[in-house]
Design a protein around this ligand. Structure first.
Ligand code: NAD
Length: 435
């Protein structure tokens, strides 16, 4: 099929390349010229497993083209995927300005039948809104259908998820559109959920909300564990043996981040309020997460009483390992809080990007974790990058001015900690050690 994907971000780029691998001709339209040039030259714009190879292969077979020419993309395609950003507004509403912008831009070029598909996560009712917008822009009704096809990929495993995901959700109210979507996804052999647009849109938000609820719930139980001497990892293991619960998303830590969970949970709270419904559990989930992600600062203040002038080493900046995405990462909130308290900050992340240097130009960026630890009064593990699991605690203890460790992702082995004779160790629900 001839496909146009608008937006070459995480979702758009993966969508374009994965469709191109399944015998489709894909044109990917991106307005950011820096990204566009990189992609045309075969340079990945994001860090993602398998992306380098897939990008080069799709370019060499000419099955994907990157362009800023929207008219060319629309006129050459039968299916148009919208994969632009839908950030949260200050008041938690979803900002769909980029989607609206795309609808206005593409309208003049829809002169024969096209499917307009939203991959972006959009509030319930957006499909209907897009339809009315297209009509308002004088696109003939018989020349389009609108489909909701939310994306569930996980960053870091995005390509795998696109090919082998658990489900494909398709929401539309036209038999013709449904048939085209089924044909497009048939080669992926993934279970399809065919439904109306509102249900499809709400599945996406409910999915992210439920995963966030699981995380915040376990984080609250972890905080209780530290008070009563219980071990959150053993609790999570035991819970996970129950097939009704599933072992996934039960890991305690310093909160969820990323480009989806924080904004989508808030959006669902707001969306429900706009419809006079009150999602109490989800509101609590958001509150718990906001407290949990700055818990290390609270711990440090309790330990030192006054943290002004202390040197704190942050290990890991990205919101999770195996990605270079720092959006809504707990590390950002911790650094902000520490800076407010006039703490000197050293950071190390294997994927540090220029983006974070723009946000925090005045902190110290280190090239490896031991350089980061040298002379510091505390270490906070914010991201569970694999290299941090094997940290040499004796070396760390020698390098640090005071070996206070806050293991925000519970990756260090309690036994090694005890042997290493460090000043203090704080976990999230596995107990603390003070020497
Ligand atoms: P992103 O910000 O990484 O990418 C969006 C891209 O669209 C940018 O490169 C931007 O320059 C481009 N763009 C915006 N307007 C454009 C226009 N008019 N023409 C051409 N290009 C344009 O965003 P993302 O992370 O890929 O997310 C996109 C959507 O997918 C969001 O709604 C998000 O909630 C949803 N989503 C994201 C993920 C994820 O893991 N990142 C997963 C599932 C769903």
């Amino acid at each position: 099929m001839n496909i146009c994907v608008i937006g070459a971000g995480y979702v758009g780029l993966i969508t374009a390349l994965c469709f191109s691998k399944k015998e489709n001709k894909v044109i990917c339209v991106e307005k950011n010229l820096e990204k566009l040039n990189m992609l045309r030259n075969g340079t990945p714009t994001i860090f993602e497993n398998g992306l380098n190879e897939l990008l080069k292969e799709s370019l060499s077979t000419n099955s994907v083209q990157f362009t800023e020419n929207l008219e060319f993309g629309i006129r050459s395609s039968d299916i148009i995927f919208i994969a632009v950003g839908t950030p949260a507004k200050e008041n938690w509403d979803v900002d769909i300005a980029q989607v609206e912008g795309v609808i206005n831009q593409i309208s003049p070029y829809i002169e024969k039948y096209k499917l307009v598909v939203t991959k972006s996560t959009v509030p319930v009712g957006t499909q209907r809104y897009i339809k009315s917008k297209l009509l308002e822009n004088n696109v003939e009704r018989e020349n389009f259908d609108v489909v909701s096809n939310p994306e569930f990929l996980r960053e870091g495993k995005a390509i795998y998820d696109f090919f082998y995901g658990d489900k494909i959700v398709i929401g539309c109210d036209s038999g013709k559109a449904e048939e085209t979507m089924k044909k497009l996804y048939e080669p992926f052999k993934i279970k399809m959920v065919l439904t109306n647009p509102e249900t499809a849109e709400l599945i996406k938000y409910t999915s992210n909300a439920l995963l966030s609820v699981k995380i915040s719930f376990m984080n609250e139980i972890a905080n209780l564990c530290n008070e009563v001497g219980a071990d959150i990892d053993v609790i999570a293991y035991a819970l996970g043996l129950d097939k009704r619960i599933s072992p996934l998303f039960l890991r305690a830590g310093i909160g969820y981040g990323g480009s989806c969970f924080p904004k989508d949970t808030k959006a669902l709270v707001k969306m429900s309020e706009n419809h006079n419904c009150n999602l109490e559990i989800l509101k609590a989930t958001v509150n718990v997460n906001e407290k949990q992600r700055v818990l290390p600062v609270k711990i440090l203040k309790e330990y030192y009483k006054n943290i002004e002038g202390k040197i704190v080493a942050i290990l890991g900046l990205t919101f999770k390992p195996d990605t270079d995405d720092i959006r809504e990462a707990s590390s950002l909130y911790i650094i902000e809080e520490l800076l407010k308290n006039k703490v000197n900050i050293k950071v190390y992340d294997p994927m540090v990007t220029k983006e974070i240097k723009n946000i925090f130009p005045d902190i110290t960026y280190c090239d490896d974790m031991y350089e980061c630890l040298a002379g510091s009064d505390a270490m906070i593990i914010c991201t569970e990058w694999s290299e941090f699991y094997n940290i040499d605690l004796f070396k760390a203890g020698e390098l640090m001015a005071q070996s206070v460790i806050i293991d925000g992702r519970n990756i260090l082995d309690m036994k090694n900690i005890k042997d290493a004779n460090i000043n203090a160790y704080y976990s999230i629900g596995k107990g603390n050690i003070k020497n």
